[in-house]
Ligand binder design. Structure first.
Ligand code: SF4
Ligand code: SF4
Length: 246
């Protein structure tokens, strides 16, 4: 991962699609790293040989894992409860702090005004689906349809920014997606800057978001990508623990 970050700042940078391929490929490694670190934290709560004074008769459990199904009065059940409390409390707070730190880092960077995020946006939802979601109260969809309109066809979307289009389409694989643009963009400037909605003010709202190569927030993404992926992996793993132990 370290080498990957170093190449981004070099005079001969890796093409942007390959950079994202590297990110995707590294996620598996990061996921394993996250799983191991959570497992180590969880095992700290594991009781040492509670079976000595156990009242459960004919217990045949050999593998004392956190996900094992234990009888109702087994001492390992307390371990599972402690793990749940820990993951929902202290551990979750730690993840929240990391997220806060990642987002605070963003304020060290600013928009270079290339206009590419206004010129080409992608959504898994069609325009009608977005409008329906907006009517049901989804804030993001409401903001989105307040400024973006759909491209008539993919060729027009591609012509708007071929490199960014290639990046976006390479990431969605077989999934159907829809391309949009904002008619308020005029010569790379927002013609309604004071009234732009939160989705414009907050862009990019996620450090793992796909960005145009001209976006100045690539530097932020490069700085925090490893932490952001680790955070995503840990959040997904915690959800898995909750499902299995609740
Ligand atoms: S409202 Fe302005 S900032 Fe938002 S997408 Fe349109 S042009 Fe860009
Ligand atoms: S793509 Fe990035 S640099 Fe370009 S206008 Fe959008 S936020 Fe600013």
């Amino acid at each position: 991962m370290e080498n990957f970050f170093n190449t981004l700042g070099s005079s001969n940078p890796t093409p942007i699609v390959e950079q994202y391929d590297d990110l995707k490929n590294n996620y598996q490694k990061i996921f394993i790293e996250a799983a191991e670190s959570i497992r180590a934290a969880v095992n700290k709560f594991k009781p040492e040989n509670p079976c000595a004074g156990c009242v459960v008769k004919n217990c045949k459990i050999e593998k004392k894992d956190v996900f094992t199904e234990y009888p109702s009065d087994c001492a390992y059940r307390d371990w599972q409860k402690q793990v749940l409390t820990f993951l929902a409390g202290d551990y979750k707070q730690k993840l929240k702090n990391t997220y806060k730190m990642i987002m605070e880092k963003k304020s060290e960077y600013s928009c270079a005004g290339c206009g590419n995020c206004c010129r080409l946006a992608v959504s898994e939802y069609s325009y009608n689906q977005l409008k329906q979601r907006a009517m049901k109260g989804d804030k993001f969809s409401k903001d989105f349809v307040s400024v973006f309109v759909p491209y008539e066809n993919e060729e027009d979307a591609k012509a708007a920014n071929p490199e960014y289009f290639k990046l976006l389409s390479s990431m969605v694989e077989d999934q159907r997606v829809y391309y949009y643009y904002c008619p308020k963009l005029s010569e790379n400037k927002c013609s309604d800057y004071e009234n732009r909605p939160d989705i414009c003010k907050d862009f990019p709202h996620n450090p793992l978001k796909l960005l145009s190569s001209t976006c100045s927030y690539n530097a932020w993404r490069n700085e925090v990508a490893h932490q952001a992926m680790l955070l995503k992996a840990k959040t997904d793993i915690i959800d898995f623990y909750k499902q299995k132990l609740s």
